[in-house]
Structures are given as structure tokens and as C-alpha cells.
Design a protein around this ligand. Structure first.
Ligand code: SF4
Ligand code: SF4
Length: 155
């Protein structure tokens, strides 16, 4: 634990063994069931962007959702536009999200969008051993590339 000033007594770390059980439950669903789950999860989204505005990671001078040249994502409440916004945001935050919960706390519609960001956290831990905010000397998992990456897509 690293801090400049500690407000209150030191809290003992929890020993959580099933940390990603919520994500694993969704991973176990069939593709159709996943589609239905996320359709239902995001159906009330009004595109108010309170989740984006509350997120400590969102500091781009112009957010991709506000760009018009080029327009990266449609600006309507059409389900495809809504899902595109949430998926792009989740990928954009991957490797940097600390699961602070500010996005969900800010949502006036009670949408649990951390189901998306927590999947990216789990994948960063599983695939890269990367835990956001725990190593000052390293770059985030998806913040770099290697020319000798063994996967084909990089060539
Ligand atoms: S949980 Fe992640 S995406 Fe949500 S506000 Fe915190 S850092 Fe941002
Ligand atoms: S705060 Fe809630 S309603 Fe607003 S854009 Fe985010 S998920 Fe949608």
C-alpha cells in the first residue's frame, strides 16, 4: 500500500478467493445468452455520459463520442450506438481501470457497466499478470506493443 497521508487506521487487506465470480458467470453463458444479458444491462442507457465524466481515466481533450470529424460512434440511443459506446469505452479503459466504481455510482439509470470493465480487469490479470495501479515502474498492459510479438495481428 502506497500513500502520502493515511486518513484513519490501516485497514487489513481482504482475502478474496472468488474475486471474479460475477465475470465468470457471464463467461459461462452461451453467445445468445451473453447477447441477451448485455441487451438487458444497457437498455436503459440515455447516453448522458455521467459514467464517462466521473471516471478518473477520462481526460482526453476530445472524447471519441464527441468527435464529429471523423464520427467514431453514432450519437443516438439506438441499441447498437449504445453498445458501441460502452464497448469502446471499456476497451479504452482496459489495463487502466481500477474498479473504483465511480462510473456506476454516477449513473442515474442504475446501469452496472462494470460488468464490462471488470472483464477487462480479469483478462489483464489472467493474460498479463497486470494489476492496475500496483506497479509504478511499469506501463499498463495494453499501453505498449512489441515488434516481435508472437501473435500474427501485430505483423
Ligand atoms: S470503475 Fe473503472 S471505468 Fe469506472 S470510473 Fe472507476 S476507473 Fe473509470
Ligand atoms: S451514466 Fe448511465 S445512462 Fe449515462 S451514459 Fe453512462 S451508463 Fe448511460
Amino acid at each position: 500500500m502506497i500513500f502520502d497521508e493515511l486518513a484513519g487506521p490501516l485497514v487489513e487487506e481482504l482475502n478474496i478467493t472468488d474475486r471474479f465470480s460475477d465475470v465468470e458467470a457471464i463467461e459461462a453463458l452461451s453467445p445468445d445468452e451473453k447477447q441477451a444479458f448485455f441487451d438487458d444491462l444497457l437498455q436503459g442507457c440515455t447516453r448522458c455520459y455521467a459514467c464517462r465524466n466521473a471516471c478518473p481515466l477520462c481526460y482526453c481533450p476530445t472524447c471519441f463520442v464527441d468527435e464529429s470529424r471523423p464520427q467514431w460512434v453514432g450519437k443516438t440511443n439506438d441499441p447498437v450506438d449504445v453498445k458501441t459506446y460502452h464497448l469502446l469505452r471499456a476497451f479504452h479503459d482496459a489495463g487502466r481501470c481500477t474498479d473504483c466504481g465511480a462510473c456506476e455510482a454516477a449513473c442515474p439509470m442504475g446501469i452496472k457497466m462494470r460488468f464490462l470493465t471488470r472483464k477487462s480487469i480479469k483478462d489483464c490479470v489472467d493474460r498479463y499478470g497486470w494489476e492496475t495501479g500496483m506497479r509504478l515502474e511499469d506501463r499498463p498492459a495494453l499501453d505498449r506493443f512489441r515488434l516481435n510479438d508472437p501473435q500474427e495481428f501485430i505483423r
